[in-house]
Design a protein around this ligand. Structure first.
Ligand SMILES: NC(=O)C1=CN([C@@H]2O[C@H](COP(=O)(O)OP(=O)(O)OC[C@H]3O[C@@H](n4cnc5c(N)ncnc54)[C@H](O)[C@@H]3O)[C@@H](O)[C@H]2O)C=CC1
Ligand SMILES: O=C(O)C(=O)COP(=O)(O)O
Length: 700
């Protein structure tokens, strides 16, 4: 186990490995201490009430709220005295025990917290992630007679993937190269909710309901849900999006399996295969009872002409059937290419001898085959359902079977899976059933396992998934071209929002993209998401990504309007410049207000790096790195020197300085890049330079 982590501690603890230096308690946020562990650590501290050593208990993070480095840091620093967030190198205060923050720990919730020896002052704590443990040592501070707890967290930086349903071996192997894989099948909803807080990714098939509660209970740690298959009706997509959790599926690998199963059910139903098989096995020989119907020249209506539907259609044509299809979104030329006519819903159901269902379960398709639909069908119709049970009103189907409208049904899927043992539908003698086997071939399962594992690993690495269900899919080549503009967008928005005077709420933001490319050649969804991230993150603890950006903007009443300026010239670069304007606000740096009254910043990418090129109506040209001081001043000699001297005396490293003038000797805007945040005194001294009319310090 790696000997680094979130909390460093004192050397008096005999259990402590040598790499843990005798620092005072320093809570260090690192990649190794993942967010959830920090969350639990906060809880542990808070719960040590029994010894009454915590004077200011750390309040709990809000359940379901995103926990990221910033929110944890804010959370801890709200304590008085705040926790120390210095990195291990910065160990000021070492040896001054009375200055150490108080901290103690005890067992909490389902944490394993056990004394290393009976009555020992040392404990071992298992964090929620199975790969993280901590040693805590309680030590009495002689002077203040208080207890101080020192802790060392050992953690494994690998993400954890919970595989909640059986997944093909090749997919598991792929996951294991990158993550700790926990295969726990048949979890109850409660068990899933408990376990989910330990996981960065979850992989399911159709048997696991990924509800809102699952996302809430994940405490912000769950980054991706992978559906090893097509239908995502078992995943609460709105909740996933609200929690910034990407949902990916495996949309292609089981198409053929599902289509073949549809055809198998169709032919088996027409020739009473299942019923005849059961009859022989019960000792009977009923040749007269199981006379079937032929398929050739019969009309098959394929409802939902997507991947599976079109493969079913192709195969049914091969059986000599006349195939029509209904799909409001399918292109007619694709249907014509395989000799299928697209027709209306009414026409499909009223002319078909057989119906095969292949649409997803959505609010629009739920129970679309109901009493009314059955009443429009030809008497003696036969129905195959390999889509989802919920698209049929099952009680209405039983009525239609009993009345003879529907002669037979062959069903692979049910509203409730498994269906109740006494289900009238399943037990009906004219119904053939299989237990959701559409995707269950060896080949399809290996295929979906690889497809979903690749998508999940990619998502954990922060890549955009091509099979994302709740986020825009941005192809890799587009992404690499847009990458510097992604950074530029976020930084411009970060800068713009910091220019807003306190108290004026940001509601209306206009983004202008200037490009020589036509609108169809420029996908700005990613840029918009990053602008939202830049606008919201500095003023809240919320973590914004491509998945939840629009949702969070809407929630905050933030309206983003986008405008394109079509430039002449070569479209080699995706964009020339981006402008971010915030309307109806006051600025703490009046110079940033443009002639039209908005806060305005503009940037370009130069040599692959984001540059700020305009503030308000002033042209500037500075690389957007580190932090910036913007000053408006009377343009006169010696200004760079005066400001530079103050920063030098304050030991603040200046990375660049640039001056943009409107008219020589009148007004100029000076931009100073600094590596460190200047002290209040230094900023005050800059403000006191007589020629400086206003200035602002901005973190990028
Ligand atoms: N039984 C099983 O094991 C399997 C079941 N499935 C089910 O089959 C469904 C279809 O899978 P694919 O063909 O891969 O998906 P797909 O997305 O390629 O096709 C679905 C088609 O349904 C159409 N559609 C949407 N609303 C419709 C409506 N109101 N009426 C008619 N058509 C509508 C869409 O336009 C789309 O063309 C999945 O959503 C899943 O629920 C898929 C694989 C295996
Ligand atoms: O891919 C789909 O939509 C399916 O219905 C297959 O479900 P399964 O993964 O076999 O539980």
């Amino acid at each position: 186990m790696a000997g680094k982590g979130g909390v460093e501690h004192g050397k008096r603890n005999g259990n402590v490995p040598p790499e843990c230096r005798p620092n005072p308690l320093i809570l260090r946020l690192s990649e190794q201490l993942n967010h959830l562990d920090a969350f639990w650590l906060a809880d542990v501290i808070r719960n040590f009430k029994s010894s009454s050593v915590i004077k200011q208990p750390v309040s709990k993070f809000e359940k379901g709220k995103h926990v990221n480095d910033r929110s944890i840091q804010e959370h801890f620093s709200q304590r008085n005295p705040p926790f120390d967030f210095r990195t291990p190198g910065q160990t000021a205060g070492r040896g001054k025990e009375q200055e150490e923050p108080e901290m103690a720990a005890t067992s909490s919730c389902n944490l394993m917290f056990t004394p290393t020896k009976p009555d020992s002052l040392s404990w071992k704590l298992s964090f929620p992630s199975p790969f993280t443990t901590a040693n805590f040592t309680r030590r009495q501070n002689r002077k203040a007679e208080r207890f101080v707890v020192f802790a060392t967290v050992f953690s494994d930086p690998k993400p954890t993937v919970l595989v909640a349903e059986k997944l093909g071996e090749a997919g598991l192997e792929l996951l294991k190269t990158y993550a700790n894989v926990d295969c726990s099948y048949n979890l109850s909803p409660e068990e899933l909710c408990t376990k989910i807080s330990l996981c960065d990714a979850l992989i399911v098939r159709s048997g696991t309901k990924v509800t809102r509660e699952v996302f809430e209970m994940s405490g912000g740690r769950l980054k991706v849900v992978g559906r090893a298959g097509v239908g995502i009706d078992n995943v609460d997509l709105s909740a996933a999006t609200e929690h910034g959790c990407l949902v990916v599926n495996a949309p292609t690998a089981n198409t053929i399996a599902a289509a073949e199963h549809g055809i198998a059910l169709l032919t088996a139903m027409a020739r009473n295969i299942a019923q005849a098989d059961a009859s022989i096995k019960s000792g009977k020989w009923q040749r007269g009872k199981y006379v079937g119907v032929s398929l050739v020249e019969k009309t098959l209506a394929v409802m939902g002409f997507g991947k599976v539907g079109s493969e079913v259609a192709r195969r049914a044509k091969g059986l000599g059937m006349h195939v029509i299809a209904h799909d409001p979104y399918a292109p007619a030329d694709r249907a014509h290419a395989i000799g299928v006519d697209l027709v209306t819903f009414e026409e499909a159901i009223s002319t078909a001898d057989f119906i095969s269902l292949h649409m997803p379960l959505t609010p629009a398709t739920s129970k679309m085959f109901n009493d009314e639909a059955f009443s429009q069908m030809k008497k003696g119709i036969r129905i195959v359902n390999v889509a989802r049970g919920g698209v049929i009103d099952e009680e209405a189907l039983v009525r239609a079977l009993n009345s003879g409208i529907v002669a037979q049904a062959a069903l692979d899927v049910f509203t409730e899976e498994p269906p109740p043992k006494d289900s009238k539908l399943v037990l009906h003698e004219n119904v053939t059933v299989t237990p959701h086997l559409g995707a269950s071939t060896t080949e399809a399962q290996e295929g979906v396992a690889i497809e979903v594992a690749e998508a999940v690993v990619g998502a954990l690495k922060g890549e955009l998934a091509a099979t994302a269900v709740n986020a825009p899919m941005v192809p890799a080549e587009v992404l690499s071209e847009l990458a510097p503009f992604v950074t530029l967008s976020e930084k411009l928005a970060r800068l713009a929002v910091q220019l807003v005077a306190g108290g004026s709420g940001v509601q209306l933001v206009k983004v202008t993209y200037a490009s020589a490319r036509g609108p169809d050649d420029l996908d700005t969804r990613l840029l918009r998401a990053m602008i939202i991230k830049g606008l919201i993150e500095p003023i809240s603890g919320v973590f914004i990504n491509l998945v939840n950006a629009d949702f969070n903007a809407k929630q905050r009443g933030l309206r983003i309007t986008e405008e394109r300026i079509l430039l002449d010239g070569s479209p080699a670069n995706p964009l020339e410049f981006i402008q971010v304007q915030i309307a109806n606000v006051e600025s703490k740096f009046a110079t940033a207000i443009s002639d039209s009254g908005e806060i305005k910043v503009e940037g370009r990418v130069k040599d692959g790096e984001p540059h700020l090129t305009k503030v308000g109506s002033f042209g500037v040209d500075v690389s957007m790195e580190g932090s910036l001081i913007l000053c408006r001043q009377v343009d006169q000699p010696g200004m760079i020197g005066s400001v530079g001297n103050i920063l030098g005396e304050e030991n603040v490293n200046v990375s660049f300085m640039s001056v943009g003038r409107i008219t020589p000797r009148k007004q100029a805007v000076m931009t100073i890049g600094v590596d460190e945040e200047p002290s209040k005194e230094a900023l005050q001294r800059i403000g006191e330079i007589p020629a400086i009319e206003e200035f602002v310090f901005l973190k990028l």
